[in-house]
Design a binder for this molecule. Structure first.
Ligand code: SF4
Length: 496
């Protein structure tokens, strides 16, 4: 840890630690602007006041609108007095078989342009989830008390485009252009430099809080990026507080559902540990511990990570995915079973038959294999999960081919999957060392309550349902009944 605020400047392999005292306390935007004035063109990853104040779900912002949002990496940087990391490099990435890689890239890019699912992503970004989830009756609403929101037509994919989208941007060399840009003058001034909200943010700061105003969502998103806060955990913490108010627990002032002023003020208070924000800044688990009075029942989290915006009652594999993801209730470690249409999304992974989102059968295998592939390999190789998601052109076979072309290793998909499994188990062993066991592989209590209306009305995931899924999953993984990888599993994976 540094004694005083610093930022790290990595310039073509030369590393410098620079004073950041003048940046401490600044929001992410002004801090980035000052750094770029000092060093010239570079990519800057930085934290805002939330990271400095060690809010447990502080994010790290890259270029102000790519967020490493989940699990508090911004607080880790803040704890070390590290305000930012600026990077510039002009070397080429070494590639073993450049010609073949370029040919594969061209083929995938062409397929992306012809792919309907990718086309929807271009049009709507991940807002493409809004309309289907509302129709399936699992759009997170009022802290997951419901799955359908009244007035939800304002949050439908097309309505969101009309209401707030001003531009689409893309990542280097990606033909998809899924990134949202929102500029606005009224009712809020938004410059667009902080991007625009994607699906998780629209749900977390919108329907979850009974807020159907796209402009308020866009403003709340901008505030989270300015202060450096994870939008999902922020929304979940505010939803918990609003439910406290609904149920007669006074946290210091009225916190009515859907109230724009309350939402926007709470975001600032969280970043600065002020007012009600001081209760919420350590996350929903600690907030419920402090406040008690039964509020643990509506603190939606697993292993301390606030639940993402996908309701396991209407896609039951998500209950197991949340329970077993190494960092808690994360939605990015598995594919979601609404992708399990006829024909199967990944025949190469043994997922070659249709599967209903409401069934339990087959879900343990779905979660296990896609954790190894989609979650772990995707993260380890640094591949965007959108083109490698189900029914999109960057298939498991293509991923294996690309790795072989880049590295020059004669690696097969089977070997890559074993590598994914090895990494997943290594992360689990880290957690086991820290005391994690079966008792921590839970689903939030709320998913045991039936959804009240809509196309998933009456659906639940009971404790027995989860226990059954866990038994099957542990067996597939080669773990003991207590959730600890068996010695022979570790030996098989080369982790003796
Ligand atoms: S790389 Fe991924 S996030 Fe970036 S524009 Fe393409 S699909 Fe979207």
């Amino acid at each position: 840890m540094s004694q005083k605020p610093v930022y790290l400047w990595i310039n073509n392999g030369r590393v410098e630690i620079r004073d950041a005292s003048h940046l401490w306390g600044q929001e992410t935007g002004p801090a980035q602007e000052t750094i770029l004035k000092e060093i010239g063109k570079a990519i800057v990853l930085g934290i805002g006041p939330a990271g400095e104040n060690m809010v447990s779900y502080a994010s790290v912002l890259s270029e102000l609108h790519f967020a490493a949002g989940r699990a508090g990496m911004g607080a880790v940087m803040g704890s070390k007095n590290l305000k930012a990391i600026a990077v510039k490099g002009s070397s080429r990435v070494a590639v073993a078989n450049r010609e073949k890689l370029i040919a594969l890239t061209r083929q995938i890019n062409k397929e992306i342009k012809d792919n309907t699912s990718c086309g929807t992503l271009t049009l709507y970004g991940t807002w493409n989830n809004l309309t289907p989830l509302q129709r399936m009756g699992i759009l997170p609403t009022k802290n997951f008390q419901a799955g359908v929101i009244e007035g939800g037509e304002r949050l439908e994919s097309e309505a969101m485009v009309k209401a707030i989208l001003t531009d689409r941007q893309t990542c280097p060399n990606c033909p998809i252009f899924c990134r949202r840009i929102v500029k606005m003058e009224k009712p809020y001034e938004l410059s667009g430099i902080y991007g625009g909200p994607q699906y998780e943010t629209v749900a977390a700061l919108g329907s979850l809080l009974l807020n159907t105003d796209p402009a308020v969502i866009a403003k709340a998103h901008e505030l989270c990026n300015r202060y450096g806060l994870d939008t999902m955990s922020t929304g979940e913490c505010i939803a918990w507080a609003m439910e406290c108010w609904e149920r007669g627990i006074d946290l210091g002032r009225p916190l009515p559902w859907g109230d724009a002023e309350t939402i926007l003020t709470l975001i600032e208070e969280i970043a600065y540990h002020r007012g009600v924000g001081a209760i919420l800044a350590d996350g929903v688990t600690k907030a419920a511990e402090k406040v008690g009075q039964g509020s643990e029942a509506w603190a939606l989290q697993v292993k301390g990570l606030e639940m993402a915006m996908h309701d396991p009652r209407g896609k039951k594999g998500m209950a197991l995915a949340y329970a077993t993801a190494n960092r808690g209730a994360c939605h990015l470690q598995t594919i979601h079973e609404d992708a399990m249409k006829a024909g199967g999304p990944y025949p190469e992974l043994g997922l070659d038959t249709a599967m209903s989102r409401k069934q339990l059968e087959g879900k343990a295998y779905l979660v296990k294999i896609t954790q190894d592939y989609f979650g772990t390999l995707g993260d380890t190789l640094g591949i965007c999960k959108f083109p490698m998601n189900a029914w999109r052109p960057y298939t498991p076979t293509c991923v294996a081919q690309a790795v072989a072309m880049v590295t020059g290793w004669g690696i097969t998909l089977k070997e890559l999957l074993t590598a994914g499994e090895r990494i997943f188990n290594l992360c689990r062993m880290f957690n086991v060392r820290e005391g994690i066991r079966r008792a921590d592989d839970i689903a939030p209590a709320r998913v045991g309550e039936p959804l009240p209306e809509g196309a998933s009305a009456g659906e639940t995931v009971s404790t027995d349902d989860l226990a059954k899924l866990l038994d099957e999953y542990y067996e597939l993984r080669g773990w003991g009944k207590n959730g600890v990888p068996a010695p022979e599993t570790l030996v098989r994976l080369g982790l003796k």
